[in-house]
Design a protein around this ligand. Structure first.
Ligand SMILES: [Zn+2]
Length: 309
């Protein structure tokens, strides 16, 4: 009989992440979190639930400037919405949601490094990968994956971030472009928002632009040809995912044509690298994904691969 070994998987979230609401017209909405949680619960997959703590200010300051953190704290409204950029707003609950979203990744790192879990999915919002050191943009306030990666570097020498969101993670690149202890591997639609990621490619910034209309075959070629050799050479001790699912064919935010099996496939490839260099440890964080059915199915496909032994 085949032994099907599973990793110890945690799903980290907090009810505050459902209270951040940028208005009924906004695609980055609270139902994204519940759609993923419903799919996870129905799947029967085994996981432990962790409540995301508020992030320590010190952890934010490893990747954001003091002035920026202060600006966000002061901007938090007592009622209504205030706009941070044309796409990104704060309501009275947003500050705590953002603190929990980054706190989730920090907690997941601690649990992975202490050996209590092998893999984690942070089911949180607001997302993070467009947030630069000094600027909120593209629905993002604090750069959650960067906060987690910088926290991990307190104990580790090298970490990698893989980002398969349809948009380039310009904030993550901004924060780590000069840090030789962090490798970033990404694919994204180009040309498309935020119109970055083309310059500055290196063996540590493995940004692969894909033209509109690219599907799973293009993803697979990019991962096999560019991501895997670079990750193998870098030997990351922990691997993060900026897990956005807005490259799905059903997601009308952009024009890539991925399906659930593509997210499962890429996660499986990264799991092999994590098994080789990172003691199997992986910490994934939700970024984009706006069509609820395909978001839930894609996230589930990704999480099931994270959990495989
Ligand atoms: Zn996106």
């Amino acid at each position: 009989m085949l032994e099907w070994s599973m990793k110890r998987l945690a799903v980290v979230s907090h009810p505050d992440c459902l209270l951040h609401d940028m208005g009924p017209w906004h695609p980055e909405r609270p139902e994204r979190i519940s759609a993923i949680m419903d799919a996870l619960e129905k799947s029967g997959i085994a996981f432990s639930r962790l409540e995301a703590p508020l992030v320590a200010r010190e952890a934010l300051l490893r990747v954001h400037s003091e002035a920026y953190v202060q600006e966000i704290e002061s901007a938090s409204p007592e009622s209504g919405l205030i706009q941070l950029d044309p796409d990104t707003a704060m309501n009275p609950h947003t500050l705590d949601a953002a603190r929990r979203a980054s706190g989730a990744v920090v907690l997941a790192v601690d649990k992975a490094l202490s050996g209590e879990i092998d893999a984690a999915f942070c089911n949180v919002r607001p997302p993070g990968h467009h947030a630069t050191r000094n600027r909120a943009m593209g629905f993002c306030i604090y750069n959650n994956v960067a906060v987690g990666a910088a926290h991990a570097l307190q104990k580790l020498d090298r970490v990698a971030i893989v980002d398969f969101d349809v948009h380039h993670g310009n904030g993550t690149e901004d924060i780590f472009k000069d840090n030789d202890r962090v490798m970033m591997a990404s694919i994204f639609q180009h040309p498309y928002y935020p119109y970055s990621g083309i310059e500055g490619r290196s063996e540590r910034m493995v940004n692969i632009p894909l033209p509109m209309g690219s599907g799973g075959q293009a993803l697979r070629e990019a991962v096999e040809k560019y991501w895997i050799p670079a990750l193998d050479a870098f030997e990351p001790q922990l691997i993060f995912f900026s897990a956005g699912f807005d490259a799905h064919v059903r997601d009308e935010m952009a024009g890539l044509l991925f399906v659930e099996e593509d997210y499962a496939w890429v996660t499986g490839k990264i799991r092999e690298i994590a098994g080789k260099h990172s003691m199997g440890r992986m910490v994934s964080t939700l970024e984009g994904g706006y069509e609820l059915d395909s978001l839930a199915r894609s996230a589930l496909a990704h999480i099931m691969e994270l959990a495989k032994g």
